[in-house]
Design a protein around this ligand. Structure first.
Ligand code: CP
Ligand code: NVA
Length: 297
């Protein structure tokens, strides 16, 4: 049994296998007669729907458990909720505030725990991103991904997913919003250390893919105004995209704030692949679940 708390829980060959499984349009019904508990402490437009559909496509029954019902560590402990749900289901997905919550779940669970976003990681999104890049550009190895913005959950999972796939990651963040040495150390150990630069133009220069995410993540709403000021000059606009490789893709995990981290003409423009990227969330989730159910001892 394996958990998927961040992309670095996988070996490169396992990640490649999940991408191949994600492309299987007629997967075996490995969840037939089984349930998947999907626990959300935060809102979601993509992750919940994509994962529910992936469960259905594998023959299973998704059980959505929203913030009001969860009451993690209020109504009862994270550990007791996990042990309870593991008695009914074959897998538990969780979107949480603190990453330590999914770690605590994994520590007591008798079924795989899948991180559906925490303050530290968003690995199911990163798998979908790789799927999108591979579909569009034909391969992953040797490509350069430029990430412009906050060194957040998304950036961390992308660093691992890209590194394990043989891609180079360059990241430009405003001062104080980059990865810290404590973030970089484990990345270095896995050979996934990104190159950090201070200017978006430097990160994007010649890149095959340009990626950004919101300046204020869920749970950081009170900092939004300060972040708007601190991130001035970090908008992905057409001038910045022009510095990337010819035909470079634009990706964004969404939700997007047009006029903040990305200009409308970029996200709605001809280089943007954000809609296939969003659709790939379902295929990536299906590939991951298939691998967890079928191929892990
Ligand atoms: N990209 C993503 O995780 O979207 P949701 O927050 O809508 O699930
Ligand atoms: N960094 C964002 C990603 C949303 C999918 C957040 O955590 O809110």
């Amino acid at each position: 049994m394996r958990h998927f708390l961040d992309a670095d829980d996988l070996q490169p060959s396992e990640l490649a296998r999940i991408l191949n499984l994600a492309a299987d349009p007629k997967p075996p019904q490995v969840l037939a007669g089984k349930g998947a508990a999907l626990l959300f402490e935060k809102p979601s437009a993509r992750t919940r729907s994509a994962t529910e559909m992936a469960v259905v496509q594998l023959g299973g029954h998704p059980i959505y458990i929203g913030p009001a019902e969860v009451g993690l560590d209020q109504r009862e402990t994270v550990e007791d909720v996990t042990r309870t749900l593991a008695g009914y289901t074959a897998v538990i997905g969780a979107r949480v505030f603190a990453h330590s919550t999914v770690e605590r779940m994994a520590a007591v669970s008798s079924v795989p725990i899948v991180n559906l976003l925490s303050d530290q990681a968003h690995p199911t999104q990163a798998v979908a991103d790789l799927l999108t890049i591979r579909a569009e550009l034909g391969h992953l190895e040797g490509l350069t991904l430029a990430y412009v913005g906050d060194a957040n959950n998304m950036a961390r999972s992308l660093a691992y997913a890209a590194g394990l796939s043989g891609m180079a990651l360059r990241i430009a963040s405003p001062e104080g919003y980059g990865f810290k040495e404590s973030d970089l150390r484990p990345m270095r150990r896995r050979g996934c250390e990104p190159v950090q630069v201070s200017k978006p133009a430097e990160a994007v220069s010649g890149a095959d893919v340009v990626y950004t995410d919101v300046w204020a993540s869920m749970g950081q709403e009170a900092e939004a105004e300060k972040r708007r000021q601190d991130f001035a000059g970090f908008t992905v606009n057409r001038a910045l995209m022009a510095r990337a490789a010819p035909g470079a893709l634009f990706l964004h995990c969404l939700p997007a704030h047009r006029g903040e981290e990305v200009e409308a003409r970029v996200i709605d423009g001809d280089r943007s692949r954000v809609w296939p990227q969003a659709a790939n969330r379902m295929h990536a989730a299906r590939g991951l679940l298939l691998w967890l159910m079928e191929e892990v001892d």
